[in-house]
Write a protein that binds this ligand. Structure first.
Ligand SMILES: O=C(CO)COP(=O)(O)O
Length: 264
């Protein structure tokens, strides 16, 4: 049965805590972030966390109950059944998971996930009414980013209907886990191209930037976009900088304030 979720907010500021976050830290992450967001005037519905699957109920009951969005880092490509160790899409939806990542370079590189597997994960996610968070980007600095992201979107999303919305996270693999993000001008150019590419899907698509994003990254992209709102992402997708709740809230306030001026 497809779960009905509210439409995705216009601005999305989030983090995948990968496997950094333990249960104790996860328990305090939500209340700290919610308090900081409230103090900064940021709508928590525009913020999300994709924790390890085992932490989803805990974050749903804390951060989610306070208005934040909870996502997942991965989903089984298989339906519920004899698939030991897998977490199925219907289970994630039942737990209140709003969005599910697919195609992250770490999953492709370390767990040999192919376009076929990723496209199945996108499909099973969308079928449950959750939003796929499709991670795209060129592998090597200097490669054509626009060619790479176009090919990946075609291969893993194609014509899949996404009733719960679609999030596309531009994360060049070479900029993940580094000391600084990709150059702001480069990000702005790829975001503009992604919006053109995804325009036929209407306004249910959100485009984010991830890859060593940190305080100041979104400001730099917005400046590089030179008043072209199409080149400014709808938010950022943090990794390391989101694990610490203070750092997460700081970036959320930065992005929120810029987006508030941009979106009328
Ligand atoms: O992979 C990321 C988010 O999906 C980003 O990770 P880092 O910000 O730690 O580079």
């Amino acid at each position: 049965m497809t779960t009905r979720f509210p439409p995705l907010p216009r601005t999305l500021i989030g983090t995948s805590t990968k496997s950094y976050l333990g249960a104790e830290a996860a328990r305090s992450w939500g209340p700290i972030v919610l308090a900081r967001l409230q103090a900064a005037g940021v709508d928590p519905a525009s913020t999300y966390i994709c924790p390890a699957s085992a932490l989803i109920p805990l974050l749903r009951d804390g951060f989610g109950a306070g208005g934040g969005v909870v996502g997942a880092q991965d989903v089984s490509a298989y339906p519920p059944g004899p698939f030991t160790g897998e977490v199925s899409a219907p289970l994630l939806a039942e737990l209140g998971t709003r969005m599910v990542m697919a195609g992250h370079p770490e999953r492709r590189r370390l767990f040999a996930e192919s376009d076929d597997t990723v496209s199945t994960k996108v499909r099973v996610t969308a079928q449950e009414g959750m939003a796929p968070v499709v991670v795209v980007g060129e592998a090597i600095e200097g490669e054509s980013a626009i060619a790479a992201v176009s090919a990946q979107i075609e291969a893993v999303v194609g014509n899949t209907d996404c009733p719960g919305g679609l999030v596309v996270a531009y994360e060049p693999a070479w900029a993940i886990g580094r000391d600084r993000p990709a150059p702001a001008e480069h990000i702005a150019a790829v975001v503009r191209a992604l919006r053109n590419l995804l325009a036929p899907r209407g306004d249910s698509v959100r485009v984010l930037y991830g890859g060593s994003a940190q305080p100041g990254t979104f400001t730099a992209i917005a400046e590089a976009a030179q008043c072209d709102a199409q080149a400014v992402p709808d938010g950022v997708f943090l990794g390391r900088a989101g694990v610490d709740p203070d750092s997460f809230a700081k970036v959320a306030a930065e992005v929120w304030n810029i987006r508030e001026r941009l979106v009328v």
